[in-house]
Ligand binder design. Structure first.
Ligand SMILES: NC(=O)c1ccc[n+]([C@@H]2O[C@H](COP(=O)([O-])OP(=O)(O)OC[C@H]3O[C@@H](n4cnc5c(N)ncnc54)[C@H](O)[C@@H]3O)[C@@H](O)[C@H]2O)c1
Length: 370
C-alpha cells in the first residue's frame, strides 16, 4: 500500500545540512516509517551552495529565500541547520505556517526564546525535534535500560564531558559559534553532555558552574573581534535521585575530536562510554568473582535496536550519519502517530535552561536551583 508523503524543506547546506539530507534519504530505506519522504526544496543564502546541495542530495528545488520555502503549502516539514541565532525566527515562521519542525541544537539563543518556540509548537499542534543525535545511539539506549533495570544498583554519580579541539587555534576565525546569541562551548557541545546526563540519570536539580573564555579575541573580516562566550564550561551537578555529577563542554581540548564521554556508577556496577568508539559500552559489575573483575566490552550488534536494521552482524559498527537517520525515523513516526516525539522543543528548552543556569551560576559564583 502506498504511504502518505511528507515533503521536506531544508534550510542550510553545511555540516548539519548534509547530515539531515542524508538522514532523510536513509531513514525510509532502513525503517518502516509512517510516511514516504520527498526531498522537496533546499535553501541557503548562497545560491551556489543551494544548487549544489539540491543536485548532490536529490532535492527537486533550491532557493535563497527560506521564507518563501516555509510559506510553500506543498512543504510539510522544515529542517533547520542554519546558525543558532536564526533558529527562533525560522522555527516560529515554520510553526505559524503549520509545518513540523526539526531544528538543530542549541534550540535558541536564550531559554526565553526556546520557551516561546515550544509554546508556539504545542499551540499549533505540530511535531518538533531537536538535534540531540547522540541520544539516538543504541549503546546509550542500552546504558539507560541497564540503569533502569537496576544493574548498577543505586545510582551514585556521573561524569560527562563533551570535548573537541576545533577552536583550539586562536587563528580560527570568529563565527556564529562565538555569537553571544546562542554561542559558546557550553551551549554548542556542553548541551549534548547535559542531554546525556539527564537521559541517563534523570532530572538535574542544582548546578555550580564555571564558564571561562580562554581565547579573548579572534580574527574576522573586519579585524580582530572580542570573544565574550566561554571556551570551556563546567559544572558540578546534583540530581533529583540524590546522585551527584560533573559536566564539561570544551572546544579547545587539544587532540580531542569527539570526546562525548561518560562514566556512570552505582552501588553494584558502572558503565563507561566514549563517542570516539561509540559502538562499544563497557560495563563493570561488582557481582563478578574477585580476581576476575574489570570493565568488559559490549560491542554494538543486532541485540541493540535499531542496530539490526542497519546491519545484521555485530561489531560492524554504525556511523554518525546513522544516528541522524535514527533521529529522522523517530521524528517522522511521531508525525505519523507511531510513537512519541523523541526529543521535542519542550525537551530542547529544558537543556537551554540548564545551560543558562550554569552560565548564571558561573557569573554569581554560587549554586543555582534549576
Ligand atoms: N547535532 C550535532 O551533532 C551538530 C553538529 C554540528 C552543528 N550542529 C548545529 O547545526 C547548526 C549548523 O551548524 P553547521 O556546523 O552545519 O554550520 P555550517 O556553517 O556548516 O552551516 C550553516 C549553513 O547555514 C547557511 N545559512 C546561514 N544563514 C542562512 C540563512 N539566512 N538562510 C539560509 N541558510 C543560511 C550557511 O550558508 C551554511 O550552509 C548549528 O545550530 C549547530 O549548533 C549540530
Amino acid at each position: 500500500m502506498k504511504k502518505p508523503i511528507l515533503n521536506i524543506g531544508l534550510i542550510g547546506t553545511g555540516f548539519m545540512g548534509k547530515a539531515h539530507a542524508l538522514g532523510f534519504a536513509a531513514a525510509p530505506r532502513v525503517f518502516d516509517l509512517t510516511h514516504d519522504l520527498v526531498l522537496h526544496t533546499v535553501a541557503d543564502v548562497f545560491e551556489g551552495a543551494a544548487l549544489a546541495a539540491a543536485r548532490a542530495y536529490g532535492f527537486a528545488h533550491h532557493t535563497t529565500d527560506w521564507r518563501a520555502m516555509v510559506a510553500d503549502p506543498a512543504i510539510d516539514v522544515i529542517s533547520i541547520t542554519a546558525p543558532n541565532a536564526l533558529h527562533k525566527e525560522m522555527s516560529l515562521a515554520a510553526i505559524a505556517a503549520g509545518k513540523h519542525v526539526y531544528c538543530e541544537k542549541p534550540l535558541a539563543p536564550l531559554a526565553a526564546d526556546a520557551l516561546e518556540m515550544a509554546v508556539a509548537a504545542e499551540a499549533a499542534e505540530v511535531k518538533t525535534q531537536v538535534g540531540f543525535n547522540y541520544l539516538c545511539n543504541p549503546m546509550l539506549g542500552l546504558a539507560r535500560q541497564m540503569i533502569e533495570a537496576g544493574e548498577l544498583g543505586e545510582l551514585r554519580g556521573i561524569r560527562v564531558i563533551h570535548a573537541e579541539d576545533y577552536m583550539n587555534d586562536p587563528a580560527t576565525p570568529y563565527s556564529f559559534r562565538h555569537d553571544k546569541a546562542g554561542g559558546g562551548a557550553l551551549a554548542d557541545i556542553g548541551s549534548h553532555a547535559l542531554a546525556t546526563a539527564e537521559f541517563l540519570c534523570g532530572p538535574i536539580t542544582r548546578v555550580l558552574g564555571d564558564c571561562v573564555t580562554m581565547v579573548p579575541e579572534r580574527p574576522s573580516p573586519t579585524g580582530p573581534r572580542r570573544v565574550e562566550v566561554d571556551d570551556v564550561g563546567r559544572a558540578f551537578l546534583r540530581f533529583a535521585s540524590g546522585a551527584t555529577g560533573s559536566v564539561e563542554g570544551n572546544w579547545i581540548s587539544t587532540g580531542r575530536k569527539m570526546q562525548h564521554d561518560f562514566e556512570v556508577y552505582g552501588t553494584k556496577g558502572a558503565l563507561a562510554f566514549s563517542q570516539e568508539h561509540f559502538n562499544v559500552l563497557t560495563y563493570f559489575s561488582t557481582q563478578d568473582p574477585k580476581g576476575r573483575q574489570g570493565f568488559r566490552r559490549i560491542e554494538a550488534g543486532p541485540d541493540h535496536a535499531p542496530y539490526g536494521l542497519f546491519c545484521v552482524a555485530a561489531g560492524h559498527q554504525l556511523g554518525f550519519n546513522d544516528l541522524k537517520a535514527i533521529e529522522v525515523a523517530g521524528f517522522v513516526n511521531a508525525i505519523g502517530g507511531k510513537g512519541p516525539e523523541p526529543f521535542n522543543f519542550r525537551q530542547g528548552l529544558r537543556i537551554q535552561g540548564l545551560v543558562e543556569a550554569i552560565q548564571t551560576s558561573s557569573t554569581q559564583e554560587a549554586w543555582i536551583g534549576v
